[in-house]
Design a protein around this ligand. Sequence first.
Ligand code: HEC
Ligand code: HEC
Ligand code: HEC
Ligand code: HEC
Ligand code: HEC
Ligand code: HEC
Length: 369
Amino acid sequence: MFMKRKKLLLWSLLMVISLLLWGEGIGNAAVTGRCDNCHTMHNSQDGSDLYASGPYDHLLVGGCVGCHSSSTEEQTYNLGTSTVPVVNYTGGEPSTYLAGGNFWWVATAGGNDDTKGHNVMEISAQDTNISATEEAPGNTYCTGAGGCHQTLAVKQTVQSTLGSGCQGCHLNVQHHTYDGSGTKYVGTAPWYRFLSGHSGGAAANYGVEGIEDDDWQKTVSAADHNEYKGLTGENSGTIMAGDGTMTAFCSGCHGNFHSEQDTGTPGQWTRHPSDFTIPNSGEYASVADYDPLSPVARTDSAMTGFGDTPSATVTAGSDMVMCLSCHRPHGSPYADLLRWDYSSMVAGSGTGMNTGCFYCHSNKDQDED
Ligand code: HEC
Ligand code: HEC
Ligand code: HEC
Ligand code: HEC
Ligand code: HEC
Ligand code: HEC
C-alpha cells in the first residue's frame, strides 16, 4: 500500500516534469492552443466591432506589433499554451531583451530616439536623420522614388506582395509551420526566424539559415545561444541566392556596406569587413570563448558539425565577423543599434575590456605594446 502511493507520487512527479519539458519544447516550434486566442472570425461580438482598429489580416486579433508587444513582460508572455516572444516592451525602458534587441528605444511611445532602432510601421514614424529619399544607408536595390528599401515606417506599395514594416524583414511568416522543437537548426522554409528575401523571384524564396535558440536567448550564455551562418566573399549580386547567411540578408537593403567593404583585394579594407574569417594570428588569435555580445558567423561545415547544438567555442581561422557581431536588428540602448556602448571603447585605456571591438581587436586597449 505504502509502496503503491510512493509509486503514484513518483509517476505524477514524472508527468509534471515531462509536461513542463514539453511545454518548454513547444515554445519555439509552431503556435498551439484554441483558435480564438488569436483569431476572430468576423471581428464582431454582440453586434459591435471586437477591435476598433481591426479587422486584421488572417482574421487575427491584432497585428504583428500588437501581439509581439507587452506592457508587463520584457521578454515573453503566455497566450494560451503559446509563448509569445516580445520585441516591443511598452512598460518603460527594458533592462532585459531577446536576441534581436527591443524596439522600445526607437518607439514613439518609448525612448523615441531614431538612432536606436529600425523605424518600423506602427512603432515609429520615419527616421528624421535618414529621410526616406536617402533610403536604407548603403542600399543598392529598388532605389529611387517609392523604392521599397527606402523606409520600413510606411506601407510600401511598389510591390504589394513584398512586405512592409515587420514584414519588410520577416517576409513570409508561417506561425503554423512546425519546424522542430527546442533549440534546432533551421535550413529550409519557414527559415531562421521567418527571415527570407526575394532575390531570384518570390518563388525562389531564399531565406536565412541558422540554429534557433529555444527561448530566443531569454536565457543566454556561451553555450546557450543562436548560431548564424556565414560565407566568405563578397557575395554581391547573389545575395540570398542559397547562401542563407545573416550578412547577405542585411545586405539586401544595405548592399554597399558589404560589397564595397574592400578595394577589390580582401585585406585592403575601406568599410569594416563582414563575413570575413577572423585570422588565426596576431591580436585575433585570442578569440576562444563564444560571447553573445559579440557573436560570430560559422561556415557551412562548422554548422553541419554542430547539428542542433550551439557551440561555446569560437575558432580563429574559421569563424567570421558579420553584421550582427556589432548590431542588434530591432533596437538597442545604443546609437546605430549597436550591441554595446561604443563610446566606452577607448584605445590604450588599459581596462582589459574584452567585449565589443576588443573581443577581436584584443590588444587595442593595451596602454603599451
Ligand atoms: C497563438 C496564436 C494562434 C493560435 C492559437 C492559432 N493561430 Fe492561426 N495564425 C496565427 C498567426 C499569427 C497567423 C498569421 C499568419 C501566419 O503566420 O501564417 C495565423 C494564420 C492562420 C491561417 C492562415 C495561414 C495558414 O497557415 O494556413 C489559418 C488558416 C489559421 N491561422 C487557422 C487557425 C486555426 C483553425 C486555429 C485553431 C485550431 C488557429 N489558427 C490557432 C496565430 C494563431
Ligand atoms: C496573435 C498573436 C500573434 C500575431 C498577430 C503575430 N505573431 Fe508572431 N508569434 C506569435 C507566437 C505565439 C510566436 C511563437 C511561436 C513559436 O513558439 O514558435 C510567434 C513567433 C514569431 C517569430 C519567431 C519565429 C521563430 O522562429 O522563433 C517571428 C519572427 C514572428 N512571430 C513575427 C511576426 C510577424 C512579422 C507578425 C505579423 C505579420 C506576427 N508575428 C504576428 C504570435 C503572434
Ligand atoms: C531590419 C529587419 C527586421 C525588422 C524590420 C524586424 N525584424 Fe524581427 N528579427 C530580425 C532578425 C535579424 C532577427 C533574428 C535576431 C537574432 O537571432 O539574433 C529577428 C528576430 C525576431 C523575433 C524572435 C525574437 C528575437 O529577438 O530573436 C521576433 C518575434 C521578431 N523578430 C518579430 C518582429 C516584429 C513583430 C517586427 C515588427 C515590429 C520585427 N520583428 C521587425 C529582423 C527584423
Ligand atoms: C528591408 C530592408 C532592410 C533590411 C533587410 C535591413 N535594414 Fe537596416 N535599415 C533599413 C532602413 C530603411 C533604414 C533607415 C531608416 C531607419 O533607421 O529605420 C535602416 C537603418 C539601419 C541602421 C541605422 C539606424 C539608425 O537610425 O541610425 C542600422 C545600424 C541598420 N539598419 C542595420 C541593419 C542590420 C544589421 C540588418 C540585418 C539584420 C539590417 N539593417 C537589415 C532597412 C533595412
Ligand atoms: C565591427 C562592427 C560592425 C560590423 C561588423 C558592422 N557594423 Fe554597421 N556600424 C558599426 C558602427 C560602430 C556604426 C556607427 C558608427 C560608425 O559608422 O563608425 C555602424 C553604423 C551602421 C549603419 C548606419 C549608417 C548611417 O548612415 O547612419 C548601418 C546602416 C550599418 N552599420 C549596417 C551594417 C550592416 C548591414 C553590416 C553588415 C554588412 C554592418 N553594419 C556591420 C559597426 C559595425
Ligand atoms: C567579431 C570580430 C570583430 C569585431 C567585434 C570587430 N572587428 Fe574589426 N576587424 C575584424 C576582422 C576579422 C578584421 C580584418 C582583419 C584582417 O584583415 O586581417 C577587422 C578589421 C578592422 C579594421 C581594419 C584594419 C585594417 O587593417 O585595415 C578596423 C579599423 C577595425 N576592424 C575596427 C573595429 C572597431 C572599431 C570595432 C568595434 C566597433 C571592431 N573592429 C570590431 C574583426 C572584428
